[in-house]
Design a protein around this ligand. Structure first.
Ligand code: ACO
Length: 149
């Protein structure tokens, strides 16, 4: 998939704390007040576990983050010690929606999970996003169960 001119897909950087990363995630859900040091600690945790956490962003022509996405790779015992990819935290800034940034991010993370040897890639989404993921080749195969604490 091709991005609009001047847009790039890349791995998250620690400096993206000051580059709209958190604001972009706010279109998805409540983020809360995250300090720079909290972000740095989390970023370092992701980096120290980089075979599991694969955080990506898309930046626009002025370099600001306008889309986010995370692939988590879970190593399992079943399926001959197979791995499953989990796509999480897909967001596109409101003013940037409809430019195929979301579908490019999802396609990239799905392809990455395949390259990393996952036998499938899965995600949870709300009913109103089902068609978006179906357009990207995903199938609705179940029901999400959740217990909140
Ligand atoms: N329902 C149906 N179709 C949709 C939807 C939707 N909610 N959103 C996009 N589409 C369609 C587009 O019309 C387009 O269709 P086309 O190929 O026929 O032209 C196709 O899907 C691709 O759309 P994109 O331009 O790539 O979508 P966009 O960049 O706007 O990103 C997204 C879509 C990620 C859902 C964005 O609207 C967003 O950030 N929403 C708020 C946060 C959110 O709900 N994120 C997903 C959470 S689920 C998770 O993280 C695993």
């Amino acid at each position: 998939m091709t991005l609009p001119e001047g847009y790039s897909l890349r791995k998250l950087k620690e400096s993206d704390y000051d580059n709209q990363y958190i604001d972009t995630l706010k279109v998805l859900t409540t983020v809360g007040e995250i300090s720079s040091s909290q972000f740095s600690d989390l970023f370092k945790h992701w980096e120290a576990n980089s075979s599991i956490y694969h955080p990506y962003v898309i930046t626009n022509s002025v370099g600001s983050v306008v889309s986010t996405g995370m692939l988590l790779v879970e190593k399992k015992l079943i399926h001959g010690c197979g791995s499953v990819g989990h796509i999480e935290d897909i967001s596109v800034a409101s003013s940037e929606q409809g430019k195929r940034l979301g579908s490019t991010m999802v396609a990239h993370l799905a392809e990455l999970s395949k390259e990393l040897g996952c036998y499938k890639v899965i995600l949870d989404c709300s009913e109103h996003n089902v068609k978006f993921y179906e357009k990207g080749g995903f199938k609705n195969e179940g029901v999400e169960m959740c217990k909140r604490f």
